[in-house]
Design a protein around this ligand. Sequence first.
Ligand code: NZQ
Ligand code: ZN
Length: 394
Amino acid sequence: MIKDFNFYAPTRVVFGRESEKKIGELVAANGGKKVLIHYGGGSAQRSGLLDVVREQLHGAGIAFCELGGVVPNPLLSKVREGVELCRAEEVDFILAVGGGSVIDSSKAIGYGVPYDGDVWDFWAGKAVPVQCLPIGVVLTIPAAGSEMSSSCVITADEGLLKRGINSDLCRCRFAVMNPERTFTLPPYQTAAGATDIMMHTMERYFSKYEDMSLTDAISEALLRTVKESALVVMRHPEDYRHRAQIMWAGSLAHNDLTECGTEKDFATHRLEHELSAIFGVTHGAGLAAIWPSWARYVKDKHLNRFVQFAVNVMGVTNDFSHPEETAECGICAVEEFYRQIGMPTSIHELLGREITDEEIDTMVEKCSRGGTITVGAMEVLDAQAMRDIYLMAR
Ligand code: NZQ
Ligand code: ZN
């Protein structure tokens, strides 16, 4: 079966060395007259990128104000600060300089500025966004894919609730991507980014809609490429060619291209969001800690898919008479890859300690919203299944 689809990817991608030099003209072309430059904890300042951005806007005669300090797993409190600043300064365009956290914080501010109520209403399910300020991105870490996605993931400081919402309104107008800007990434962030990129495509590849072979081929090529390039850049962080593969893959993995004809599962993501909300862990590392257990939990009902993945992505030899062993070898190969790039394969490895029964109870409670919702699509998981997977992953 092939699922019907409606593919929309409106973001202009300006890719390559010195692509930052296009920022001024890109903002002007998108009507920006007063810009908020939004950034994180200091990497963009240290690398000199922020100076380039300021020069670009000056050069184009565009006024701007600034707000830094976005933390990984971005917080609602910073979004609120941004909404107030944008209103006071009459900002009409937001320029995110950073990764998924900065982009999502920018998207949330973009939703909040034209909205009369409390911006968290959108994540609390009390309102649906109908407007968003235009957003542009200067990407510094390939990982979340937010530069081309419709998602915006925010954590409410009180209660540490991490939630995502989707809307085409927040799709970025442009994304400037210079792979050289990723040379400074610490190995852990590089590895977590590669893991997240692969997972965005795996969450769509593992689907009960198995007949769109073109999408499968794109997904398999993307997964093999990121795997191979990640191994290279872990040893050679300034390898432009391989940094470029990962950067482009990061956008394609989450702009819905690899969902054409298939269906989003995203159970691993939903299970992970509770880990990064409560423990503040890096999102990609949290995914690595969960996925092998999710895979083993669901694989017997979807053996063909797991065999195809093992053979076409992980390079496992197909043992036609024992498909369950081929499938298991594919999962083991993913775990081996995670170990090679320094990612965990369990919650214990992720946190450096045993997770308690009470902590698992809390994660199940939050992920299932008190037992009222399920997650996943290829295999629908209720609260008991979530608990089983957390216990397998512990
Ligand atoms: O804050 P600074 O100093 O900039 O440091 C950042 C941060 O500590 C650092 N970094 C970024 N670029 C760098 C750099 N360090 C050195 N050199 C550079 N060039 O990297 C750290 C992580 O940055 P962050 O933006 O948090 O990473 P990522 O892109 O992985 O974003 C993670 C967030 O995105 C959400 C995640 O849940 C998490 O909150 N996601 C968003 C999605 C979306 N909107 O579509 C989908 C994803 O599945 C994900 O859930
Ligand atoms: Zn992700």
